[in-house]
Ligand binder design. Structure first.
Ligand SMILES: Cc1ncc(COP(=O)(O)O)c(C=O)c1O
Length: 475
């Protein structure tokens, strides 16, 4: 592996012109160029041989037949053909540590046997009927999911995705309140259909089409926000928006507890309680988008919003809820749920027996394998190690997040917080060559997103940090 890695370094010489480290960071890196080549922790599994088409053939087909908007990570796109727990395997059988988890989606581990069995068993028995008939998989999962939520949040609607869940939540809030205005946060991501694209607030994810009735408040971003970590000051902006940008009455406030696509931005402490109060005063409902931060990922709590001590009126979820099966859900109170009886609300696959059997298996695995505790213990360990790496490399401007939802922001200047975009791509590519897959996000594409399956171990955490260290010291 070493020679392969070294070959990649020589290729970076041309990129070095793009580098704009401060002098001291550069010196740091050269001082530490004796970092050992890290190796992937042992794992007792080999996938069957792969006999399918090559990466180049698939790439060519993708170019011909898939939307040109579909993008690839890495200079040389990776072909993954097998997965087992926190690992992925490419077409040559090479193993990679998956520290991105299919974008915070593979919660329990790739092809977790309990979840695969639940899917296979349900598929063999009945794959689809319709919600017009009874089926126990759907109601068992709804009951189990409701039991994980606080207060009177006990009515569940199943959807196919996070976008659909947020569309439904926003519509319900509008119906319930009779208001149209929704307040969302700058830097949020809530989906890409008509309504949710309005709530999403990063230009890269917004097309110039009608997106009515959403106002975007200042982002309570402790690293880049104008009020630092003072949540209550940002909350005043929501009060102002209600007063000056709406009739004084609103339908809802929607937010993530930790912005995922936006680059793992944890809302400033004290923000949500203050905002929820203002929203209630204006007659609105509070929607917690737990698509990424829910289902035990943040470790200290099962749901991200719990870290701010609030109870939302509507909670939306997807991604990790199905461990990779297309599944989303909206959970709310019986009173709010009632609004959908004014007409018929239905979708063909929402509440499909196979998806909900998978969802129930996910909840059971999280409990049986104590994945929330693991996310807390391993996540805290990983974050501490990343913070130590920040002391070593000036290019690391910020380390943040909770549990196994962590972000590392790269900047070329710590004072100016200038996004280090090219360096982010370079380190990511190099880490892939070393055997670690991580994600990236943030408006400037300069934040590493670390959202692995929750079965991640301390050895895996060490491998991530050692690989990042190695890639950085060689820049
Ligand atoms: C917080 C959040 N909400 C909603 C969505 C949309 O989910 P989906 O891609 O399943 O439609 C995403 C997707 O990344 C997300 O991160």
């Amino acid at each position: 592996m070493q020679s392969f890695v070294l070959k990649r370094f020589s290729g970076f010489k041309s990129l070095s012109r793009l580098r704009c480290f401060s002098q001291s960071a550069h010196k740091e890196a050269t001082l530490h160029n004796d970092v050992a080549v890290p190796s992937i922790p042992p794992f007792d599994y080999s996938p069957p041989p792969y006999n399918g088409p090559s990466a180049d053939e698939i790439l060519a087909k993708r170019k011909d037949f898939l939307s040109p908007s579909v993008c690839n990570y890495y200079q040389k796109p990776l072909l993954v053909v097998d997965g087992k727990m926190q690992y992925l395997f490419d077409d040559k059988g090479r193993r990679y540590l998956d520290a991105f988890g299919g974008i915070a989606t593979v919660s329990c581990g790739h092809c977790h046997p309990d979840i695969v069995n639940a899917i296979v068993n349900q598929t063999k028995r009945l794959q689809h009927s319709t919600v017009l008939y009874l089926n126990q998989a759907v109601s068992d999962f709804a009951e189990a999911l409701a039991s994980k939520l606080p207060g009177n949040l006990k009515v569940v609607f199943f959807t196919n995705s996070g976008t659909e869940a947020n569309e439904l939540a926003m519509m319900m809030a509008r119906l319930y309140t009779g208001c149209h205005d929704i307040i969302s946060l700058r830097n949020a991501y809530h989906g890409n259909a008509a309504g949710t694209m309005g709530a999403t607030a990063q230009s890269i994810w917004k097309f110039n089409v009608i997106q009515s009735g959403v106002h975007h408040a200042l982002n309570p971003d402790p690293y880049r926000g104008i009020f630092g970590a003072d949540g209550e000051k940002y909350a005043k902006d929501v009060e102002n928006l209600i007063e000056f940008g709406t009739s004084g009455q609103v339908a809802a406030f929607i937010s993530e507890a930790i912005q995922g696509v936006g680059g793992i931005v944890e809302l400033a402490p004290g923000y949500l309680p203050a905002v929820y109060k203002s929203i209630k005063k204006a007659g609105g409902l509070c929607i917690a988008d737990e698509v990424q931060s829910g289902l035990a990922r943040t470790g200290s709590f099962f749901w991200g919003f719990e870290s701010q001590g609030v109870v939302p009126d509507i909670v939306t979820m997807a991604k990790g809820i199905g461990n990779g099966i297309p599944l989303g859900a909206v959970v709310t109170t019986p009173e709010i749920a009632e609004v959908l009886t004014r007409r018929s609300y239905f979708n063909t696959f929402g509440g499909n027996p196979v998806c909900t059997a998978a969802g129930l298996a996910v909840l059971r695995v999280i409990e049986k394998e104590k994945l929330q505790e693991n996310a807390h213990v391993v996540g805290t360990y990983l974050k501490d190690r990343l913070i130590a790496l920040k002391d070593k490399y000036e290019i690391i401007g910020d380390v943040r997040g909770r549990g196994l939802m962590l972000g590392v922001e790269l900047v070329t200047d710590r004072e100016l917080k200038t996004p280090a975009k090219a360096e982010t791509l370079h380190v990511m590519d190099h880490m892939k060559d070393l055997g670690v897959l991580i994600g990236k996000g943030g408006s400037y594409g300069n934040v590493f997103r670390i959202t692995p399956p929750l079965c991640f171990t301390k050895e895996d955490a060490d491998f991530v940090v050692d690989a990042m260290d190695y890639a950085m010291c060689k820049m």
